[in-house]
Ligand binder design. Structure first.
Ligand SMILES: Cc1cc2nc3c(=O)[nH]c(=O)nc-3n(C[C@H](O)[C@H](O)[C@H](O)COP(=O)(O)OP(=O)(O)OC[C@H]3O[C@@H](n4cnc5c(N)ncnc54)[C@H](O)[C@@H]3O)c2cc1C
Length: 211
């Protein structure tokens, strides 16, 4: 570290912090093996995920009508890889927009990820779902449209993996189209309204916590 310049030290520190996450999830799995079956957080153990199961296959296939989610899921299907940021976006979308059980997504990631690893995968899914150890609080619900603004402002990532959107102006990826409208021919309109889905999630967790 001493021989590194400031930028080098920063990236080394980031790398070490990522390895710490890996070790943390290893410790969680070693000490609480039940996390493979149930929510780590007892408050949410056994909570109901009332989402439409038909939406699961559309999520796997990258056909949700949310460009950043569809790009991520298609990259995964075609390469077996996905960056950590899009793993969080796709996982939060499945649980907090489609209200589908995190275990379904966890299984799909283990079947498709080239670096699939049970401790980090379970930890990543329970973090995203809001049910894990040191998880993102349930009310932290990423908005896929604003995530696109931050992490793919010129739409390069989306246009790489979603060919139907290649000729669409990237500014159109930052907000939902008008209800029932499509961003491009052959590309689905959004399967949920994020703001409505968000309110349902807040109620789901509030009622689960008082069970
Ligand atoms: C829903 C979800 C599922 C995930 N599933 C897996 C999985 O199956 N296997 C897996 O190795 N990681 C998983 N992660 C963690 C992380 O996304 C990947 O480790 C990272 O994206 C791999 O890319 P990289 O090798 O370029 O990582 P780098 O950014 O180069 O990090 C280096 C190493 O640090 C470790 N690491 C980095 N970030 C994390 C993290 N958040 N949690 C645990 N370890 C981390 C990994 O071993 C990684 O190879 C998941 C994250 C989420 C949100």
């Amino acid at each position: 570290m001493e021989t590194l310049d400031a930028a080098g030290r920063d990236s080394a520190a980031t790398y070490v912090s990522e390895l710490v996450w890996r070790e943390f999830y290893m410790q969680v799995l070693w000490n609480f093996p039940a996390v493979l079956e149930e929510e780590f957080n007892v408050k949410y153990r056994g909570m109901v995920w009332p989402g439409k199961t038909a939406n699961f296959q559309r999520w796997c296939d990258g056909q949700t009508g949310f460009p950043i989610v569809d790009a991520a899921m298609r990259e995964l299907r075609e390469t077996g890889f996905m960056h950590n940021r899009t793993r969080m976006i796709a996982a939060m979308f499945l649980t907090k927009d489609l209200h589908l059980d995190w275990r379904m997504g966890e299984m799909w990631f283990m079947q498709t990820l080239a670096d699939g690893e049970i401790a980090s995968n379970n930890g990543g899914w329970q973090w995203s779902a809001g049910t894990g150890a040191d998880a993102a609080p349930y009310f932290r619900i990423q908005n896929p449209w604003s995530q696109t603004k931050r992490f793919d402002p010129d739409g390069t990532y989306i246009k790489t993996w979603v060919p139907e959107l290649r000729n669409v102006d990237a500014s159109k990826f930052m907000d939902p189209p008008a209800p029932g409208m499509r961003l491009a021919p052959g590309y689905p309109s959004p399967i949920v309204d994020h703001s409505v889905a968000r309110d349902i999630t807040l109620d789901l967790f509030k009622s689960a916590a008082v069970q």
